[in-house]
Design a protein around this ligand. Sequence first.
Ligand code: SF4
Length: 250
Amino acid sequence: MLGIKGLSRGFETLKPGEVVLKTLRKIDGETILRKLGEAVRLDEESFPSLTSRSVFEMLVATVLSQNTSDRNTARTVRRLREKIGITPESISKAGLRELKTAIRSSGLYNVKARVLKKLARIVVENYGGNIEKILEKPVDEARRELMSLPGVGPKTADVILLFAGGKHAFPIDTHIFRVGRRLGLIGLRDSYDDARRKLMKAFPADSYLKAHLLLIEHGRRVCKARRPLCSNCVLLEYCSFGQDFLKREA
Ligand code: SF4
C-alpha cells in the first residue's frame, strides 16, 4: 500500500490514510512531452526499431517481437544477424530448421520462422529485394501495402512508417494504450485506429516519434499495468485515474 509519505505534490494530507486532491489540471500533448521529456531517460537498446538497420530488418524484428519482451527481441535479432544474416535473400535461402534454431529464443519460433520465410520470398519476388520502395509512396498507400505483407498489422506498419520512413504515423503498443486511456487521451473502447487518430491529433506532428518513445518508457517504468507508481508520476496532477488510484490505496 502506498504510504502518505510517498504522495507527491497535488495532494495534502489530513490524517493517516486520507488525502485531498487539488483540482485536476487539463492535459495536452505539449505538456506530456515536456513533463515526460524531463523525467524519462530513453535508452536505444530498449527500442529494437531504433537500432534496426533496414526496413526489412524492422519487419523481421516486429515478427520476432510478438509475445516476447523488447530486450529478448533485440537479443534474437542479434543472433539471427550473426547466424544467417537479416536480408530478404539470406532468409529466403536459409533452411527452415536453421532459421528456427537461430530464432528459438524469441518463442513461437515454428510459426515465426514460417512467416519470415514467406515475407522474405515476397520481398525478393515482388520488390526485387528492396522493400524500401514502399516508403516512397504516399503515407496511406504505403500503410495499406505494408499491411498486406505477412505478419504485418497496423502497429507494425506504423512503426515502419514512423521509424524508417520518417512519416507522420503513431504506432500504439500496449503501454501507450494503457497510459493514453488512464490520462483520458484514448477512450476505453477505442479501436487501434480510433486511438491512433486521437493521439495524432493530441501531439504535434513533428513530435510523434518522441511522444511514442516517451509514452512507452513511461508505461514500462512508472504507469505499470498492475501497480502504477502514481505517487512518483510527473503527470499525477493531470490524471484522474492516478488520483483515484492513490485515494483507493491510501
Ligand atoms: S498518475 Fe498514475 S495512472 Fe496517471 S499517468 Fe501517472 S502513473 Fe499512470
